[in-house]
Design a protein around this ligand. Structure first.
Ligand code: PLP
Length: 383
């Protein structure tokens, strides 16, 4: 008998939707032309890209010509940070202290070319400290404020519209990393009034290696990949048509199924949380904050998150001990540390992130497995 495997790590990545896979398979075979070619093969590829661009734009409330396809969320965030600072004399960049490493590291890298780079503090619930941000904005010129809409570990949702208003009042641009928001909650490039916004295909049941940066027309962006005129000169290189088609299809499906998916994931997440309440020494992080409907991050006091994760994996349950990028380093999550959680508690962190295809029996089996592990004294006290 094959081993039961339950995937509860959708914030790391999602399985490709079969409808996306078939659209991609068709594109691989049929749409092989170079979209820059003037002949029919090229125009067929161009049409496929244009359609995907419309679908991706629709998911986030952007205009088609505001979308720049990239190799994923990491590149979109790098392009935002390096692109808006690239043509400007150094001033300052502010980023959320719980933001994804690709935002933090891209920001920190700007120090080498003379930029002042400052994290924006959050409170114990993971929410940006608005007074601290206001003080930072008053202290001198800021070129860009970058804050994520939804956190990849805790699921905490930031009021990015309020932050954008503060940034604009200080003459700064606003970038939102919406990688973990898309497909789970509505994303609105217009209503949020931000200047740049990043999303990634593999978080919405699309393929890996493709994402997008939405850029408003007034933003001057220094390209990071010079080459041909692709992506309006903002990102050179022959387009990966099957990946773009897959991303577009995933975006279209996500848009139509958003409400239903969100309700389904929320019900499962609430079931996880209700089950967790029955375990001794449980702390659910940022429980008081508004969060995306699929994510719950918690710690079992006295237990090591990495060890628990491996035991759960042996039992057939795939969860994460923080973000996929941070796990394996043996360091507690920078997100929890940023929220002021002590290191020992943070080391116990486990993230469960649900997907559209998870079921109630899977959640119940997971809770039973966790419950039995939590009763094993051998698991306790691991550091
Ligand atoms: N931003 C956030 C909030 C993420 O969670 C991730 C990936 O986990 C990224 C950016 C990077 O996206 P990608 O994996 O497409 O490079």
């Amino acid at each position: 008998m094959t081993k039961r495997r339950v995937y509860l790590d959708h914030s790391a990545t999602t399985p490709v939707d079969p409808r996306v896979a078939s659209a991609m398979a068709r594109a691989v075979v049929e749409t092989f032309g170079n979209a820059s070619s003037v002949h029919g093969f090229g125009q067929q590829a161009r049409a496929a890209i244009d359609r995907a661009r419309r679908e991706v734009a629709a998911l986030i409330g952007a205009k088609q010509n505001e979308i720049v396809f990239t190799s994923g969320g990491t590149e979109a965030n790098n392009l935002a940070l390096k692109g808006v600072t690239g043509y400007h004399p150094p001033s300052r960049v502010l980023y959320g202290v719980t933001d994804h490493p690709c935002v933090m590291e891209a920001s920190e890298a700007l120090k080498a070319v003379g930029w002042g780079v400052e994290p924006i503090a959050v409170d114990r619930d993971g929410i940006v400290r608005f007074e601290a941000l206001a003080a930072q904005l008053e202290r001198g010129p800021v070129r860009l404020v970058s804050v994520m809409r939804a956190n990849n570990e805790t699921g905490v949702i930031q009021d990015v519209k309020r932050i954008a208003t503060m940034a604009h009042a200080a003459d700064a641009l606003m970038h939102v990393d919406a990688v973990q928001a898309a497909g789970k909650i509505p994303v609105d490039f217009v209503a949020w009034d931000c200047d740049l916004l990043s999303i990634s295909s593999h978080k919405i049941n699309g393929p890996k290696g493709i994402g997008a940066l939405a850029v408003k027309s007034h933003v001057e962006l220094a390209p990071q990949l010079h080459g041909g005129p692709q992506e309006r000169g903002m990102r050179g290189g022959t387009e990966n048509v099957p990946a773009i088609v897959g991303f577009g299809t995933a975006a279209e499906i996500a848009m139509h199924e958003l409400a239903q998916r969100a309700a389904h994931m929320r019900a499962l997440r609430d079931r996880v949380e209700a089950g967790l309440r029955g375990l001794p020494g449980i702390e659910v992080f940022a429980q008081k904050s508004e969060r995306v409907p699929n994510t719950v991050q918690f710690a079992l006091h006295g237990y090591d998150g990495e060890a628990l994760l491996m035991q759960l994996d042996r039992k057939g349950f795939a969860v994460s001990s923080g973000s996929a990028c941070a796990s394996g380093k043996g360091e507690p999550s920078h997100v929890l540390i940023g929220m002021g959680i002590d290191r020992d508690t943070a080391k116990g962190a486990i993230r469960v992130s649900l997907g559209k295809d998870n079921t109630e029996p899977e959640v119940d089996q997971f809770l039973a497995a966790l419950g039995s592990l939590a009763q094993q004294p051998a698991m306790a006290g691991a550091e």
